[in-house]
Design a binder for this molecule. Structure first.
Ligand code: FMN
Length: 161
């Protein structure tokens, strides 16, 4: 039995600032996507990333079934769009323009796009660690990212500026 309180776990781990991504795929019923901040760079050779979907996610099984997904790194002005991609019963793609990429929809105004094919899945408590091969990458010039910290959204500030 764990002695770590789940709320305290969330609060303490929330002190690690992250970027915010939306994972997208071409589902059998059309575009599908979910917000995720657990994306991490893993390996350069071969190029691998990981992401940790919750076992309770109803969107991940659809993405998983396609064998591929596109990681969209969200921009500073994407707070509302990101909220939609974390909400049940929201029309998640209605507030964002997107175009087709082989692995999933690419959100037009994202900061960067990482196209992935699923390689391995590892059991990890109430989440799954999904390791994926990176098959294509692209980034927008000079775009500012959305930052997630202590449960709130914010902007990156360059300490040198
Ligand atoms: C900033 C942020 C980061 C999130 N990161 C993750 C994540 O890494 N893994 C995950 O499974 N859900 C994550 N979520 C929650 C999912 O986006 C959300 O629960 C889910 O999309 C909604 O339910 P569904 O998967 O059943 O559609 C995150 C939500 C937000 C707002």
């Amino acid at each position: 039995m764990s002695e770590i309180d789940p709320t305290q776990f969330r609060n303490v781990l929330g002190n690690l600032p992250t970027g915010v991504t939306v994972l997208t795929a071409h589902g059998a019923d059309g575009p599908t996507g979910m917000a995720a901040n657990s994306v991490t760079s893993v390996s350069l050779d071969p190029p691998l990333i990981l992401v940790c979907p919750a076992k309770s996610s109803t969107t991940w099984p659809t993405i998983d079934s396609t064998g591929a997904f596109c990681v969209n790194i969200m921009a500073e002005h994407h707070e509302e769009a990101t909220r939609a991609f974390a909400m049940k019963d929201a029309d998640r793609f209605s507030g964002v323009a997107w175009h087709h990429r082989p692995t999933g929809p690419a959100l037009d105004e994202a900061v960067a796009w990482i196209e992935c094919r699923i390689r391995d899945e590892h059991d990890a408590g109430d989440h799954t660690i999904v390791v994926a091969d990176v098959v294509a990458i692209d980034a927008a010039d000079g775009a500012a990212p959305l930052v997630f910290f202590r449960g709130s959204y914010g902007a990156f500030r360059d300490a040198q500026a």
